[in-house]
Design a protein around this ligand. Structure first.
Ligand SMILES: [Zn+2]
Length: 375
């Protein structure tokens, strides 16, 4: 199975995009599509597609990515890519008319581990810029939650409402590098102390703005970086993720005020610059409602929630109606060899995907009968 490509003894997977394991896994995926009696094809970037032989589109696309982070898990991405093929195989073997209108995809480089991948979503980003997107009527991605929310509410399914916005900033603090022994404490302009105080306050800053937002200080550097030199300069990166653009704006306003206050207090100059902005993505309400309805049929406690992780669905949503289905991640752990989901939940997710594709496809062909007869 797919997890043997880049498989590790600890149960994890190393299948970074472009690695030999990743390339071999794409050949395997295409072979598996062919073995299911379907037609496999690969686009110029390396996305692997599957459809019923002879089907002429347009297609409702479903799938996910097949690459992983280094020392990643078996389910992130792979689950949705494989389930898509299994669902289409099932429809094809049953002779169901929806089979002709569904296409599967295993996306290239979602994770963006390589410095050249510019933050990820490379395969899905390429698809939405290609001519093939005009033949796609919608996109549904089945994925593990990668967080603890479903498990904590004892739900087995969620309809995803969208993807949080992500803002990254660089904070630069400049003080005065000096002798760490001879400089009295009360005259130091210690950039290290200032940046540590800023980092320590950011959790509260974010929480005061919006209790549902998250903040991360993922990198900090002190310069020149020696035990006997008072740091003359310090850098800190901060990342905010929030369900609303307003929260992201208010968080950075407060951060700028915090940084100014601590800079002044510590005798340092400060600078806050934005590194990147990924806007909040909201999936089409109608699509989310349909997905939630199907989820509720299988689990009355099915949730509606925002994803705090990025997904290929965010690229697709810029061009076509898009939705996602989540199943739980055991203990909320992902991007790790211990990433797991109970087998029953994995099967349930695939069943929901199948029901949803049939429903979306039949309502679409009813909605435009002339068009469907014409093709
Ligand atoms: Zn993923």
């Amino acid at each position: 199975m797919l997890a043997t490509f880049g498989g590790r003894e600890d149960g994890g997977v190393d299948r970074v995009a472009g690695s030999p394991a990743d390339l071999a896994s794409r050949v395997w995926l295409a072979d598996r599509i062919t073995a299911a009696g379907l037609h496999a094809w690969t686009d110029e970037v390396g996305n692997v597609f599957g459809r019923q032989p002879g089907s002429r589109g347009p297609w409702l696309l479903t799938g996910s990515h097949t690459d992983t982070v280094p020392v990643g898990g078996r389910l992130d991405g792979a689950y949705g890519a494989i389930a898509a093929v299994e669902v289409l195989r099932t429809l094809h073997e049953a002779g169901h008319p929806a089979a002709a209108a569904v296409e599967t995809v295993g996306f290239w480089d979602e994770e963006g581990v390589l410095p050249t991948s510019n933050g990820g979503l490379v395969g899905s980003g390429t698809l939405v810029e290609s001519g093939h997107i005009d033949e796609i009527t919608g996109f549904v991605e089945l994925h593990v939650e990668q967080g603890p929310r479903l498990e904590s509410r004892r739900s087995t399914l969620a309809a995803v409402e969208g993807i949080v916005g992500i803002d990254r900033y660089l904070v630069v603090v400049r003080g005065q590098a000096n002798h760490a022994g001879t400089t009295p404490m009360n005259v130091r302009a210690d950039a290290g102390r200032a940046v540590a105080k800023i980092a320590a306050h950011l959790w509260e800053t974010a929480n005061e703005v919006d209790e549902s937002m998250v903040v991360n200080v993922g990198a900090m550097q002190l310069y020149p970086g020696a035990p006997n030199v008072v740091p003359g300069e310090a850098h800190l990166t901060v990342e905010f993720r929030a369900e609303s653009e307003l929260s992201l704006l208010r968080a950075v306003e407060r951060t700028r005020a915090l940084v100014r206050r601590i800079g002044t207090e510590q005798g340092c100059s400060v600078e806050v610059s934005q590194l990147s902005h990924k806007p909040v993505v909201r999936f089409e309400d109608g699509y989310v409602d349909r997905i939630h309805e199907v989820c509720v049929r299988h689990d009355p406690t099915a949730a509606r929630l925002m994803s705090y992780a990025g997904h290929d669905a965010s690229a697709l949503s810029s061009r076509v109606p898009t939705g996602m289905i989540f199943v739980p991640s055991t203990a909320g752990i992902s991007h790790s060899p211990v990433e797991q989901t109970p087998k029953d939940d994995l099967i349930l997710g695939a069943q929901v995907l199948l029901d949803l594709l049939v429903e979306l496809e039949s309502s679409r062909s009813h909605a435009v009968p002339v068009h469907s007869e014409a093709r």
